[in-house]
Design a protein around this ligand. Structure first.
Ligand code: HEM
Ligand SMILES: *[C@@H]1O[C@H](CO)[C@@H](O)[C@H](O)[C@H]1NC(C)=O
Length: 477
């Protein structure tokens, strides 16, 4: 079976908060407004009580579960996963309704155990005013105007990663691409948050963050010695490190253009600043949001390029022209050059579509909502299914073939959402794409790689990545 238990545990934890909902079904009792009285629940089967359809979901590829439901019931259907009544949405219009036009009726929802680990003040747990203000700060520090200054640092981070993977002659070093990409993405995250950070602090943050990361996907409990409780302790140490950095920054008036600088500079209308905890939670939140996502997509890109040598040649030709223009790489890449890599850019878009590593997201209805005559009761989860939309043959013909040329024509608005949509959509999307472009430039102009085994299959870590993290060997040309 391809589905790792990790993914199962992840979703159990994710949804465990729903058990509470079972004890009272508000949609059974409450009086409703006239419009809502006539509205009926969406079609679908709720499965057995308590267990719901969880077993069906996990006895097959989760994506196949959603796809077969969509085939049977259409764009909106209900189900029950681990005691959690859910409405799944498989059309661009329904996703847009929840995420954009009626976003105020749906709040983000995460299990408490995960909130505690990342930090309850991180922006993605919030809605309304606090979310809006923090989001503006995060967006400013990740905007094109800010990140264009990071090009040289991203370049040197990518080059040094690639050098460390390349086998010296007569030595066959096998790399777990996903693990290595995680290290690379973490370093870029650090760059975006802190700018240049003393390597001593960076190592401390990295060591402790690795422990937090392990705990995130394990069963939450407070028994000493378990991954989750170790993660909570490491999370506390990270707070100490960040507090120390904050006092240093303040002392030296090191107010920079990075995220920490933006947060330290912040004052609301009443002159109120952000607390150290609020700052720390948002720093961890950004590092968390940046790492596995970018690493998973980059891992897929290496697989897709490897599996299509003709495409790889086309990307190489595009990148070699830039390499030559830069005097065999003696001159650094410029921001303008990164904006002009159309073939490589389409490979990235198609990889984001094919892999759809954020296959869906969760929200919770804050009141009874009616969508196209269907009732979504207060307290129910809603899940916009990005992957199903990206794999709908009416929107993306021959959806299972990897074909970057489909992006020569821009996709219809609101049908391509690798970075989500609406008020919670990804503020890091420009940085993520910049990383990938720069990484690919150095990869294809100076290195070659071979996959070891190249088995078919997917593992969930918790995002989908190629089996075993894509073992590979790298050489310098
Ligand atoms: C290829 C890489 C990435 C992908 C596919 C991705 C995807 C997403 C998606 C789909 C969401 C919305 C989730 C939802 O609506 O529930 C999101 C939110 C977010 N992402 Fe990314 N992301 C990536 C990289 C990054 C990077 C590099 C950063 C920061 C440096 C970042 C920071 C964030 C933050 C802070 C949020 C929460 C925004 C909010 O709640 O307002 N992401 N991301
Ligand atoms: C974690 O952070 C602390 C500082 O709070 C540091 O002393 C320690 O070396 C770091 N690493 C680990 C693995 O604990």
């Amino acid at each position: 079976m391809e589905i790792s238990s990790l993914f199962l545990i992840y979703t159990i934890i994710f949804l465990s908060s729903c058990f509470v909902l079972l004890s009272y079904h508000p949609y059974m009792k409450k009086r409703r407004k006239p419009q809502e009285q006539s509205a009926k629940l969406p079609p679908g089967s709720m499965g057995w009580p308590y267990v719901g359809e969880t077993l069906q979901l996990y006895s097959q590829d989760p994506n196949r579960f959603f796809a077969s439901k969509q085939k049977r019931y259409g764009e909106i259907f209900k189900t029950h996963i681990l005691g959690c009544p859910c409405v799944m949405l498989a059309s661009p219009e329904a996703a847009r309704f929840v995420l954009v036009t009626h976003a105020n009726l749906f709040k983000p929802t995460y299990p408490r155990s995960k909130e505690k680990l990342i930090g309850p003040s991180a922006l993605f747990f919030h809605q309304g005013d606090y979310h809006y203000r923090l989001r503006k700060l995060v967006q400013a520090s990740l905007s094109p105007e800010t990140i264009r200054k990071l090009v040289p640092d991203i370049e040197s981070t990518a080059i040094s990663a690639l050098h460390s993977w390349a086998s010296p002659p007569n030595n066959d070093q096998v790399i777990n691409v996903f693990h290595e990409m995680k290290k690379f993405s973490f370093n870029i995250g650090i760059l975006a948050v802190f700018g240049h950070l003393d390597s001593n602090y960076r190592d401390q943050l990295k060591e402790n963050y690795t422990i937090v990361d392990k705990g995130y996907n394990s069963f939450p409990n407070s028994i000493p010695g378990t991954a989750y409780s170790k993660a909570l302790l490491a999370r506390k140490r990270i707070n100490e490190i960040i507090s120390e950095l904050i006092s240093k920054w303040k002392e030296q008036r090191l107010i920079e253009n990075d995220l920490l600088g933006h947060m330290l500079n912040y004052k609301d209308e009443k002159g109120q600043t952000l607390s150290d905890d609020q700052i720390a939670d948002n720093i961890i939140g950004v590092l968390f949001a940046a790492q596995d996502t970018t690493a998973s997509v980059l891992t897929w890109i290496l697989k897709y390029l490897h599996d299509d040598q003709k495409l790889l040649e086309a990307v190489k030709t595009e990148q070699m022209a830039i390499y030559e223009a830069n005097e065999q790489g003696k001159k650094p890449l410029t921001w303008t050059q990164t904006r002009n890599m159309p073939i490589t850019y389409r490979v990235i878009q198609e990889s984001l579509r094919m892999a759809s590593i954020i296959s869906f997201t969760f929200r919770e209805a804050v009141e009874d909502v009616v969508y196209k005559g269907y009732l979504i009761p207060k307290g129910w989860k809603v899940m916009p299914l990005f992957r199903n939309i990206h794999h709908n043959p009416e929107l993306f013909p021959a959806p299972h073939s990897f074909d970057p040329s489909r992006f020569e024509v821009p996709p219809k608005p609101h049908t391509f959402m690798p970075f989500g949509n609406g008020v919670h959509s990804c503020p890091g999307n420009e940085l993520a794409k910049l990383n990938m472009l720069i990484f690919i430039h150095h990869l294809v102009t100076k290195f070659r790689w071979e996959l070891v085994g190249n088995e078919k299959g997917i593992q969930y870590s918790p995002f989908p990545v190629p089996l075993h993290g894509l073992p590979a060997r790298f050489w310098r040309n």
